[in-house]
Design a protein around this ligand. Structure first.
Ligand code: UDP
Length: 381
């Protein structure tokens, strides 16, 4: 079996990290996950018996959208980390960088140790998300990799459009453990636990609190929905977006929505919570690279509305497996929620089709096989 040194800059479990958990699992006897920060992600890996080490105690700026240039500016500070990774990688067949700063460290270490580099691209390298300089650096380094795995066709296309090599990039969707969705808890019991009356129509939003995830759009849409519509916001500000959190709370007060909104913070029981929702909303205001929450909602059999951009368009077929609305469009979002309320049978049937489709397309066993084949090719060449 291929021996892999995985690298991830984050100590916190965002979508890229949760995806890595599933990818690393089959390699648990033959891998190490090297992190650049302490945090709860380490505990999640340990819980799954995946070997993990925090490789640096130096605080590296790990905010996802923060400047790579700044990171490179302090390259000197990274030298001990790079040397550590280069030395460690000699015990492995390849280096697997899962985030952008992991790419910077992994690319240089791979050059030193002559181990092939694989880069899992979880981002859309567009100017909405990255500065031109960041993008150039990321693409240049990624072009030196043996393989780039893009998490959607949208991420793959943006990589190529930014100058990425066509011959090394493949798209592979995130996989999901279907067993987790077989026995879902009773929605009424979960609603009770949350102190929500049975007759409320619960709209869930599962995402870190960040302006581009668009929680403010859902708040605004609530004012155009019946009183019984209640919103659950699940997720935390993972990368220090405290201003936005305050802004959301101010908006709730301003719109008089105190009795219709709950913020639950970060939860590790997303599946149960989603199963208890009457609808899940995805409201990103710019293109989502993949959108794990959309697939999770589909697997729970909960109707889902997503914004029509990026990877989300590859997950939801409008009118067949869910709703697609224009990013940032409050009216369209409210219309989709009202549709779901007013046409319960049609909504339930779409959700059933969505579950079937998602079960077929995103089974982690099949996805992991796809990745294993790609990695085998890298090691053999
Ligand atoms: N998530 C979670 N707890 C929370 C909020 C989110 O476990 O409180 C998970 C969610 O279920 C999903 C991931 O975080 O698997 C977010 O991934 P997504 O692709 O939607 O967004 P990203 O964080 O990668 O931008």
């Amino acid at each position: 079996m291929t021996k892999i040194l995985f690298l991830d800059q984050s100590g916190k479990p965002g979508g890229a990290e949760l995806c890595l958990l599933d990818i690393a699992k089959p390699y648990q006897d033959n891998c190490l996950v090297g992190l650049f920060a302490e945090g709860t992600f380490r505990q999640l890996l340990e819980k799954q018996q995946i070997p993990v080490e925090v490789l640096t105690t130096k605080a590296i700026e790990v905010r996802k959208e923060s400047s790579l240039v700044k990171g490179l500016g302090s390259l000197g500070q990274l030298i001990p980390l790079i040397n550590r990774v280069a030395a460690l990688s000699r015990n492995y067949d390849l280096i697997y960088a899962n985030t952008q700063k992991a790419l910077v460290v992994g690319a240089i270490a791979s050059f030193i140790s002559r181990r092939p580099l694989v880069y899992h691209l979880h981002d859309i390298l567009s100017l909405d998300h990255f500065s031109a300089t960041n993008r150039r650096i990321a693409v240049t380094l990624a072009n030196g990799a043996a393989l780039v795995i893009a998490n959607s066709q949208a991420s793959q296309a943006a990589f190529i459009a930014a100058g990425g090599r066509k011959d090394i990039v493949e798209f592979v969707y995130n996989g999901f453990d279907l067993a987790l969705y077989e026995h879902l808890p009773n929605p009424t019991a979960i609603k009770q636990q949350l102190g929500i009356q049975e007759d409320k129509f619960v709209v869930g939003h599962f995402s870190r609190l960040s302006p581009w995830k668009g929680q403010h759009i859902l708040l605004e849409a609530l004012t155009r929905c019946p009183e019984k519509v209640t919103a659950l916001f699940v997720g935390d500000a993972l990368f220090g977006e405290q201003d936005y959190v305050q802004q959301l709370h101010a908006q709730v007060a301003e719109l008089n929505l105190e009795n219709r909104v709950k913020f639950l913070g970060f939860r590790d029981d997303v599946t149960s919570l989603m199963a208890a929702c009457d609808m899940v909303t995805h409201t990103s205001t710019v293109a989502e690279p993949f959108g794990r929450v959309i697939v999770e909602a589909m697997l729970c059999g909960t109707p889902v509305v997503a914004t029509s951009a990026g990877g989300a368009r590859e997950l939801v077929e409008a009118g067949i497996t869910g709703w697609l609305v224009a990013p940032g469009d409050v009216m369209e979002l409210a219309a989709a929620i009202n549709d779901c309320i007013n046409q319960p049978e049609q909504s339930a049937s779409m959700a059933r089709d969505a579950k079937l489709q998602a079960t077929r397309r995103f089974n982690v066993a099949a996805i992991n096989q796809q990745i294993a084949q790609l990695l085998n090719k890298v090691v053999k060449t």
